[in-house]
Design a protein around this ligand. Structure first.
Ligand SMILES: Nc1ncnc2c1ncn2[C@@H]1O[C@H](COP(=O)(O)OP(=O)(O)OP(=O)(O)O)[C@@H](O)[C@H]1O
Ligand SMILES: [Mg+2]
Length: 425
């Protein structure tokens, strides 16, 4: 058995984390500012699988001093990391953060004694939280927020000198519905903390690109609290670095060394189009497919198309529903394939007709059907209309990868891996 270093389904191992230098610098600067009483809150937006949670994980390690900053300092923040996937109202948000803060303090023996007052309050409060669920809405979230902010402010006072500040990382921040009022929570919390002269608490939010709009719905000016960052796919050199680092980790752990050809590395970098979860999945599958400890382009292709291979894994997780289940017609898929060559850019109907070589009416019908099923988007604001695009670049990257792999195998793969190939590829 060989240890496979690539990790398609989870938060990164720090040894393989690559790129994101600008974002890390901005976050470190925000933390440094907070340490000196002028916090900069930040928001990370990006498509599914682009690396938001991984960036937060590494941020946590930097903020709590497990990894040094770019300037070789060790920070000492109390870091709370929560995921708001299950929060449906503001009390849920406050309780999730309160409980995590309590647990974080509990795990840090150095601060536990001094933070006793917060600990006791949070414990009582959890009991109140249970009652809240029974009593329905008899709890006023504004009062709860006030109480929470007072406790956090006095905690910062008690621990001053002991810690640099508190970092609250909120992942999946786009998930709570409008009722949860996350924007209002952020706005009120930061303002009240400032009023209490508690200026070393930093908020970090991560979510899909809809996050900013979500916050705005909840509180018009809440987005202004944050420095915003949009995560892009990794650059070509960074993709190669991910693969090289993975190979290094594997060779440290395995008795038999594995190597990879330049062609295979480049193919992995190209197929992924820079999406970190694509790189991890294609590399993981190629590593599994390889039998002779030399990963070649054939292993990359085999790993991509084999049963339960990379393409079917990515498809199952993100796209199959859109690409296969919601579309019965090969012509419709052909239209999607044509559009995928343009990533998530707007493409005119005329251009699609030209490039696909399909009949005009076929393309028109396909575009209407795909739009009605919300598989593609149309730009109704343009003059003349007739412009369409795929919803995300990663959907385009996945479609392009299927085409590219099938071209390399000259169509021999057929219906492999649950990815029925469109004969028009
Ligand atoms: N900077 C990076 N370098 C190398 N691999 C990465 C990097 N960022 C993320 N990955 C890998 O990409 C995959 C997706 O990462 P992650 O779960 O952090 O994305 P996400 O944006 O939080 O996704 P989701 O929206 O689904 O929660 C993981 O397998 C992770 O290991
Ligand atoms: Mg995530």
């Amino acid at each position: 058995m060989k240890f496979n270093p690539f990790k398609p389904n989870g938060i990164i191992s720090p040894g393989i984390f690559t790129g994101r230098l600008d974002e890390m610098r901005a976050i470190e600067h925000g933390l440094f500012q907070a340490k000196h009483g002028n916090p900069i809150h930040f928001m990370i937006q990006g498509e599914r699988g682009i690396g938001k949670s991984s960036l937060f994980f590494v941020t946590k390690l930097v903020a709590n001093g497990e990894i040094e900053t770019f300037t070789n300092e060790k920070l000492n923040f109390l870091v709370i990391s929560v995921d708001l996937g299950a929060a449906s109202n503001q009390m849920d948000i406050i309780r999730t953060i309160g409980r995590e803060l309590k647990d974080t303090i509990g795990a840090k023996s150095a601060v536990k004694e001094r933070a006793r007052a917060f600990w006791d309050w949070a414990t009582n409060w959890e009991i109140l939280g249970v009652r809240y669920h029974k009593d329905g809405d008899s709890f006023d979230p504004h009062e709860a927020l006030d109480a929470f902010v007072s406790q956090v402010a006095s905690l910062c006072g008690t621990l001053s000198g002991e810690i640099d500040g508190i970092l609250i990382l909120i992942d999946e921040a786009d998930r709570p519905g409008a009722d949860a009022k996350l924007g209002e929570f952020c706005k009120l919390m930061t303002e009240r903390l400032a009023r209490k002269e508690c200026n070393n608490v930093v908020l970090g939010l991560a979510g899909l690109p809809t996050l900013l709009g979500r916050l705005k719905e909840s509180h018009e000016s809440s987005p202004r609290l944050f420095t915003t960052m949009l995560l892009d796919p990794l650059l070509p050199a960074e993709r190669i670095e991910v693969i090289d680092r993975g190979m290094k980790v594997a060779n440290e752990k395995n008795t038999a060394a594995t190597s990879i050809t330049l062609e295979a590395t480049n193919l992995l970098a190209d197929l992924s189009e820079g999406y970190p979860h694509f790189i991890q999945q294609f590399a993981f599958s190629a590593f599994q497919y390889d039998k002779d400890n030399l990963i070649t382009a054939e292993d990359v292709i085999g790993g991509a198309f084999s049963e339960n291979g990379a393409l079917s894994q990515l498809g199952d997780k993100y796209f199959n529903e859109m690409y296969h289940l919601r579309i019965a017609s090969n012509d419709y898929r052909h239209v999607l394939n044509t559009m995928a060559a343009h990533g998530d850019q707007w493409v005119s109907r005329r251009q699609i007709i030209e490039e696909s070589a399909l009949a005009k009416t076929t393309v028109t019908n396909a575009l209407n059907a795909l739009k009605a099923r919300q598989i593609i988007m149309s730009d109704d604001s343009r003059k003349g209309r007739g412009f369409y695009r795929l919803p995300t670049r990663s959907f385009a990257a996945w479609i392009n990868a299927i085409r590219s792999v099938s071209e390399r195998t000259e169509g021999q793969v057929g219906f492999a891996a649950g990815v029925p190939l469109d004969t028009t590829f």
